[in-house]
Design a binder for this molecule. Structure first.
Ligand SMILES: [Zn+2]
Length: 456
């Protein structure tokens, strides 16, 4: 939406120096003060529509602190993960990432952009006079509806001026439990068995942005008790949990995941979480930790549960070490949920119907309600004001959870092919990503197209 701008006046608004606060050095003081003052001054209604109207008003008025506060408040209100402030030719565009997709919210005139950049830089502890190179910073702030946020901020010089991206971490957000992520039925039982293990390696696999970290946090939340020492090594620490010892690794000074893991073993741990397994060294120390009585959780960048095994073999790890330590592998994808306000059912065409039936006929006994396959209807969102005409709102995971058993271990030692491993895993109770997706589609939770998009 474009805002009709009143005369872009020659007020101090366009000045590259941020208003008022230049004398204050502590970024947090600036934000606290402005957040409180603004919260008192603004409309008490914090609905997305009211916040958007307020943002428009503050752009027209050239009220820089209010523009920044309003856009951050709006972003958290609509569940956005990132804010992009992008100078284009002749206009600056603000986009918000919601459910993984960028949406344009509003534009503002280029003359107030330098003041907005300066404001954000001060709040995030960056140098305001450095405009030629990218900068990184962090800010802690409070939205006008009282949420405590941690924002990772990054600037980038572009041909039209400095672009800003803010990654939002809502500290007031609670960690969802495993069923809220989409782990249900037999999958949930497997996860519960994993969390009761005294030792072993549990891996979560999937591409970037598939929700792996959320699954780890939800799992750690279940494991988080006063009697156990949980240590994490993350890059970055995305969510701070009470009771955990969370450490941010810094590869630039050689504080790597592998280094962290080695250190952890001298810190009397029970459970260790390592952000990602990328190399042989990290997985081997992880395996050693598991074999000496620790539960190790991590992620790996692969497409399926079984291909994670192949990937670890390719890293040069001996099969017997894998079968001795790895207890479970979760593969996942994030998919959009159907908007509850505009959902409607429809009859799928014959080919789709047949595909669903064929695929779900392979689901292991007892894991599928046969009722689901009689009178199949699918659901979609036709689009409404609430979902911005997308037909979808929010996201959920689809999962494939493999529990290592004797049969799989024997096959792996024997050097079996990926196909054989998949076949055996499915025979022994693993629901594939596609099957889990189809089941969620039949339950009217996700559009079937989302399954096609993420799972082949
Ligand atoms: Zn809708």
């Amino acid at each position: 939406m474009s805002v009709p701008i009143a005369t872009p006046s020659a007020t101090p608004v366009a000045s590259p120096v941020p208003p008022q606060n230049t004398a204050v050095n502590t970024a947090s003081v600036v934000q606290q003060a402005s957040a409180t003052a603004a919260a008192a001054a603004v409309n008490k209604k914090n609905t997305p529509a009211a916040l958007l109207a307020q943002l428009e008003d503050s752009i027209v008025a050239g009220n820089i602190p209010q523009i920044v506060l309003s856009m951050i408040t709006y972003a958290t209100n609509v569940g956005s993960s990132d804010i992009h402030i992008e100078p284009l030719e002749g206009v600056v565009r603000i986009r918000f990432r919601v459910d993984g997709v960028l949406r344009v919210l509003i534009e503002y005139p280029t003359n107030i952009h330098p003041a907005i950049v300066s404001r954000v830089k001060i709040m995030s502890g960056m140098k305001i006079d450095e405009q030629r190179i990218p900068q990184d910073g962090r800010m802690q702030t409070v939205t006008q509806d009282g949420r405590n946020l941690d924002l990772r901020v990054s600037t980038l010089p572009t041909v039209n001026g400095e672009k800003i991206v803010m990654r939002i971490q809502d500290k007031s957000k609670t960690i969802p439990d495993l069923p809220d992520l989409g782990i249900e039925g037999e999958n949930l039982k497997k996860m519960e068995r994993f969390t009761k293990l005294p030792n072993g390696v549990i891996l979560v696999s999937g591409p970037t942005g598939s929700g792996k970290t959320n699954t780890l946090y939800s799992t750690l939340n279940r494991l988080n008790q006063v009697g156990v020492n949980i240590m994490t090594f993350e890059d970055p620490v995305e969510y701070q949990m009470d009771g955990l010892n969370q450490s941010q690794v810094k590869p630039e000074i050689d504080y790597s995941f592998a280094y962290g893991l080695r250190t952890a073993l001298r810190q009397d741990p029970d459970i260790i979480m390592v952000g990602e397994i990328r190399d042989q060294e990290t997985i081997e120390i992880g395996i050693r930790a598991a074999l000496t009585g620790h539960l190790v959780l991590s992620t790996i960048h692969t497409n399926s549960a079984v291909s994670s095994l192949t990937r670890i073999l390719d890293m040069g790890v001996k099969p017997f070490l894998i079968t001795a330590s790895i207890r479970g592998i979760i593969a996942q994808r994030l998919v959009r949920k159907i908007c509850s306000d505009c959902k409607e059912t429809y009859q799928p065409e014959a080919a789709i119907l047949q595909d669903i039936k064929t695929e779900l006929s392979k689901v292991p006994q007892g894991q599928l309600d046969p009722e689901l396959l009689t009178n199949i209807t699918l659901t979609k969102g036709k689009g409404c004001a609430k979902c911005g005409d997308t037909g979808t709102a929010g996201r959920i995971g689809i999962f494939e959870i493999m529990e290592m058993d004797r049969e799989l271990s024997a096959l792996l030692i024997k050097g079996a092919s990926e196909e054989e491993l998949v076949e055996t895993a499915q025979k022994n109770g693993m629901i594939s990503l596609k099957q889990d997706g189809y089941i969620k589609a039949l339950h009217g939770i996700i559009p079937i197209e989302e399954v096609y998009r993420v799972a082949q």
